[in-house]
Design a protein around this ligand. Sequence first.
Ligand code: ASP
Length: 329
Amino acid sequence: MSDLTKKNILIILTGGTISMKEKGSLGVVPSSELADFLREFPQLNNVANIDVLDYMNVPSPYITPEIMLELAKLIDLKIIDYDGVVITHGTDTLEETAFLCDLVLTTRKPVVFTAAMRSGSDIGLDGPRNLVGAVRVACHPESADKGVLVVMNDEIHTARDVTKFDTGKVDAFRSGDYGPLGSVDPDAIVYHRISLYRENVWTDKLDPRIDLIKAVAGMDGRYIQTSIATGAKAIVIEAFGRGNLPSRIVPDIKAALEKNILVVICSRTYTGRVLTEYGYEGGGKHLAEIGCLLAGDLKGIKVRLKLMALFGKYGDPDVVKRFFLQSRN
Ligand code: ASP
């Protein structure tokens, strides 16, 4: 029987290390024990009335944009009957799934992603602590209307800003220059700031034909040519610094633009915006002048998802371009 003094929270399991254990010579692999463990986990049941949906159990490198969108649709449906939803996910692609959900979901109720850096067989488990923290955040009234949140290592982050910065440490998730929104303290959930920038693309379709290319010193145009030849609708380029590229690939960029393929420039540098600063051939100012779009501070993997959502919704590159230009870039 549910306790009327507590909030009703649904935990949706998708897999990742939080659902894994070490099985001898097989290494760390998915295990089916998490759902039953959570249903009986006193620290969770003390906080909220918990339902657990054992939705899938995959390592997050297996997650695709299609799976992300299906998950968003599931959250959209399920959250009608709950006060909040918590999703467990592998850390490798968590920021992508959380961001896609942030773009497409319309709910104002808390939607909180969490994960673990350590598997169920490791010492110093972070998974149970992160889960309790995520459920406490999902229950907190100030968590409403903040977009999709990510709770890791006692910190609350926005889906837009958070990135996995470290391959192994429990404080792997950070929000670059901006920092977390708040803390999960033992006695309270404490919000320190709000994010002024949120963006939605309310679509029930994605267009997967968006490519992401990382700039490297001495690069040539082969990847851009391949994108053009294989039917890309948009090419995201993680350029250097403020959004600069070698002049050598400008002809390939122009070839894409002539075919009405959007070319969107973001930075491979960890924090900061791209902008129309450098006027040399291939500099950010020049790229904007020939028709490239600049993506502000949004990281390449998220720009790609945003374009998938925009092309899924509008189809027409000119409409997508207009939407993009009115974003706060
Ligand atoms: N490889 C794992 C995954 O993303 C890592 C993790 O969950 O921490 O599924």
